[in-house]
Design a protein around this ligand. Structure first.
Ligand SMILES: *Cc1c(COP(=O)(O)O)cnc(C)c1O
Length: 411
């Protein structure tokens, strides 16, 4: 099991089926899913349009290698992603998971410089509380002390971890850092607007525009990791649209296939793509997963994009923000609660500490909801299609638990 001490953890919840926004357990209980399976099931589970697309594709061609071969589902998906992404983010590389999409972005950035003879530019800047994935390259970009990977200190690539430029002083500091180290920097990674697994922290849109501005000033590539925030989660199709900035590379995954099949994409701008064009084979992008551009995943992603076109997902995401803000507000000011924040279909109650996290997780299951607190956060990232009664039920469950906990604290 992932991130699990197998000796002490309680047995995992056995899920038999999924249906709309519900998990149906083997013992027949129905839980309202507050997490949409780690931000991915954006239209709820088993959406008939997505399931039908996968079924049809499975009958025609479940998979075929992508080396020297291509197929319509991938071509269509690449064209559609390029069309909805801002600016000239038009060159799509498909891979199998978010962490791998981050690895591919790292390799793109390093090779971008090597192809111009700059072999020294091989380190990355990322920010405090960042989370960029579980593979070793992606782990090196995570916050080295506060992330889930702090136990690996010394065994990973060495990167530059910097404070997010929230204040004028931090902005000055990052400016100075870039100016001193630009010759060693291959690229700058940021999770736009919302940092996910590193603590569910939000930053103001102008933080993102400052990072963009500084990267332009020092001619640094910057990479938007939108694995969590992409596809309507923050109320915009992509979080970079809160500011209107265009990164050099963007990583997409999680909700890409509407929560059905592991899949991700790394999308490069024209400038990055062109740097790989040459008579020399060695200048080509050196990556190619076995299941690259899997047709089932492409079909699911195309069907998901159909739903973003035909149904008001971004409006639904904004409506969920209003409901979460209202529903979680009783947590504000409770002893032990540090902050309550909501954006799009993300609601977070940050606490001083979660001492008995297993007990809290079990209590949520008892009350009929699937919410899995971690770190110092109790959070929800429901399907964008979740209706007000279920959103309210999630909020009530959280408020109840937080109220009980703070009563315990006072004793
Ligand atoms: C989930 C996530 C990843 C890693 O994606 P996987 O598909 O789990 O490998 C990387 N970055 C961010 C911001 C994520 O939320």
């Amino acid at each position: 099991m992932p991130y699990c001490q197998m000796q002490t953890a309680p047995p995992a919840v056995a899920i038999a089926r999924t249906e709309d926004v519900f998990l149906i357990l083997e013992d027949g209980r129905r839980l309202i899913d507050g997490l949409a399976s780690w931000w991915s099931a954006c239209h709820g589970y088993n959406h008939p349009h997505v399931i039908e697309a996968i079924r049809r594709q499975a009958e025609v061609m479940p998979h075929v290698m992508f080396g020297g071969a291509q197929h319509e589902p991938a071509a269509t998906l690449a064209t559609r992603l390029a069309a909805i992404l801002p600016g000239d983010l038009e060159h799509v590389f498909f891979c199998d998971s978010g962490s791998v999409a981050v690895e591919v972005a790292m390799k793109m950035a390093i090779q971008f410089h090597r192809n111009a003879g700059q072999t020294q530019r091989s380190r990355f800047v990322s920010f405090e509380n960042a989370y960029h994935g579980d593979t070793t390259g992606a782990m090196s970009l995570c916050d080295p002390t506060r992330s889930m990977h702090s136990h690996f200190g010394g065994a990973l690539l060495q990167q530059f971890n910097q404070p997010l430029p929230k204040t004028p002083e931090q902005f000055e500091q990052l400016d100075g850092f870039f100016s001193e180290n630009r010759d060693d920097i291959a690229g700058v990674f940021i999770e736009p607007i919302v940092q996910g697994a590193g603590g569910m922290r939000f930053h103001a849109p102008d933080v993102l525009s400052r990072v963009d501005q500084l990267c332009r000033k020092y001619d640094l590539l910057w990479i938007a990791d939108e694995l969590a925030t992409g596809f309507g989660r923050t109320g915009k199709m992509f979080a970079i649209e809160h500011v209107g900035v265009v990164p050099d590379i963007i990583c997409l995954g999680k909700a890409l296939t509407a929560g059905t099949i592991g899949f991700a994409a790394t999308v490069a701008s024209e400038k990055v793509f062109e740097r790989f064009l040459s008579d020399d084979f060695g200048s080509a992008l050196m990556h190619g997963p076995t299941f690259m551009a899997n047709p089932l995943a492409c079909a699911a992603a195309n069907a998901s994009l159909d739903l973003f076109e035909s149904e008001p997902r971004l409006q639904q995401s904004a409506n969920i923000e209003t409901l979460l803000n209202h529903g979680l507000s009783p947590c504000r000011g409770l002893p032990g609660v540090v902050d309550v924040r909501c954006l799009g279909a993300i609601g977070v109650v940050q606490v001083t500490n979660l001492d008995d996290v297993n007990k809290l997780r079990a209590a949520f299951v008892e009350s009929g909801v699937w919410i899995r607190p971690f770190g110092d956060c109790v959070y929800v990232t429901p399907s964008l299609t979740m209706q007000p009664p279920e959103i309210d039920a999630l909020c009530v469950a959280i408020v109840d638990q937080m109220t009980t906990r703070s009563a315990d604290h006072r004793e």
